[in-house]
Design a protein around this ligand. Structure first.
Ligand code: NAD
Ligand code: DAU
Length: 348
């Protein structure tokens, strides 16, 4: 049985990847390594926690000795690395936390994999899940491709760019078999309500202001998280060694247009008069260093691996809203932090 390590599997995207791998691949044993930071929540994967081919490991990727020991015990065949500090606004407040987890943490995993696999890389794979933010900001035209030069602007994207460079360096220098993907903005279930879509859904439910940064004319390319998990599965199994693939939704939205649409849909779902939620929109001070536009050219992954988004934005957004409305308890727990107290007892 192959042993696969997935890091960050209690987070937003990681929980979807863990669920997919545990249920689709009974021939793998999946180890989910997560420090359960504010963003990690085992409620996200409650449905699979008792699966025979699944083990949860609480631990910090920044802890080198712990990571080395974990690899020496389990002899993993593959690593899918998603654990990260992921929120741009937090990186502006505390950049060092991002260097620790995203750079040092990634280094610890790379070293442990290299040292364990060095005698035989056959059948081994290190997969680093990264972001389109490493490419910096687009103007009104053009798309990010795999050859777009790195030009990160926020401490978050600088830390992710740095970790991408180290992954490639380990491939070139030590022959480490790696694949790397850079993805656009995800949305969907289990998304922590500090990010635009879940924050605004939560605020609309509670009639709280919707803080639109600057003039709202910033553009993001949105991808349904389950489509990202499908792409990750495909790249892990069929991607070429030492290759990068961009993943995106072909789905650009200006923030303000997306917020208006969200308000409209929420009014319908909550049986509120049309225009009610829109009144909550509040323009606030802009994010420093705010990237104007992200948009991905996902031609390569489509051409080489046959992947394209399967869920339209209309369907994905409706499914997302329905999920949050049906899971208000989850929202309440993550916003109050109550889930932390529960799992603290179980895993400390
Ligand atoms: P998230 O913040 O929801 O989850 C991150 C997970 O990592 C959490 O469970 C957290 O507990 C864990 N973690 C954080 N620090 C850790 C540490 N030191 N040791 C062990 N575990 C730790 O993040 P996400 O949105 O699911 O993003 C997952 C990955 O995908 C990240 O690498 C991110 O850069 C990348 N990504 C995210 C998006 C997006 O739109 N969310 C898009 C492209 C790429
Ligand atoms: O592009 C991929 C990236 O997408 C990922 O690598 C990051 O982990 C993920 O957090 C996301 O980064 P963004 O900064 O684009 O996402 P966020 O949801 O924070 O913001 C989306 C846009 O909405 C951005 O232009 C800032 C704006 N915004 C965000 C928040 C939280 C607001 O106007 N108001 C808000 O309150």
């Amino acid at each position: 049985m192959k042993k696969i390590l997935i890091t960050g599997g209690a987070g937003f995207i990681g929980s979807h990847v863990v669920r997919r791998f545990v249920t689709k691949y009974p021939e793998y044993h999946i180890y989910n390594l997560d420090a359960l930071t504010y963003a990690g929540n085992l409620e996200n994967i409650k449905d699979i926690e008792n699966s025979e081919n699944y083990t949860f490991v609480k631990g910090d990727i920044v802890d080198e000795a712990f990571i080395n020991e974990l690899f020496s015990i389990h002899h993993f065949d593959g690593v899918l690395h998603l654990a990260a500090e992921s929120h741009v606004d937090r990186s502006i407040e505390d950049p060092l936390a991002f260097v620790k987890t995203n750079v040092i943490g990634t280094m610890n995993l790379l070293n442990a994999a290299k040292n364990q696999w060095k005698d035989n890389f056959e059948g081994k794979r290190f997969y680093h899940i990264s972001t389109d933010e490493v490419y910096g900001s687009l103007g009104a035209e053009g798309l990010f491709t795999e050859t777009t030069p790195y030009d990160p602007n926020s401490p978050y994207s600088a830390s992710k760019a740095s970790s991408d460079h180290f992954v490639r360096a380990y491939g070139e220098t030590y022959g480490l078999p790696y694949v790397l993907t850079n993805c656009s903005n995800n949305y969907g279930s289990y998304h922590f309500p500090e990010k635009l879509i879940p924050l605004f859904i939560n605020n609309i439910i509670h009639n709280k202001p919707l803080p639109v940064y600057g003039d709202g004319h910033y553009t993001r390319d949105w991808l349904f998280v389950e489509d990202h998990a499908i792409a990750i599965d495909l790249v892990f199994h069929e991607g070429k060694n030492h290759e990068t693939y961009n993943i995106g939704g072909f789905n650009e939205w200006k923030n303000i247009d997306l917020v208006q649409l969200l308000c409209q849909l929420m009014d319908q779902k909550l049986d509120r008069a049309a225009g009610t939620s829109q009144q909550l929109i509040t323009y606030v001070k802009d994010r420093p260093g705010h990237d104007l536009r992200y948009a991905i050219d996902a031609t390569k992954i489509n051409r080489e691996l046959g992947w394209k988004p399967s869920v339209t934005f209309e369907e994905g957004l409706e499914r997302t809203i329905n999920w949050y409305l049906a899971n208000e308890e989850w929202l309440k727990n993550v916003t109050s932090g109550a889930y932390k107290d529960y799992y603290k007892k179980q895993y400390s």
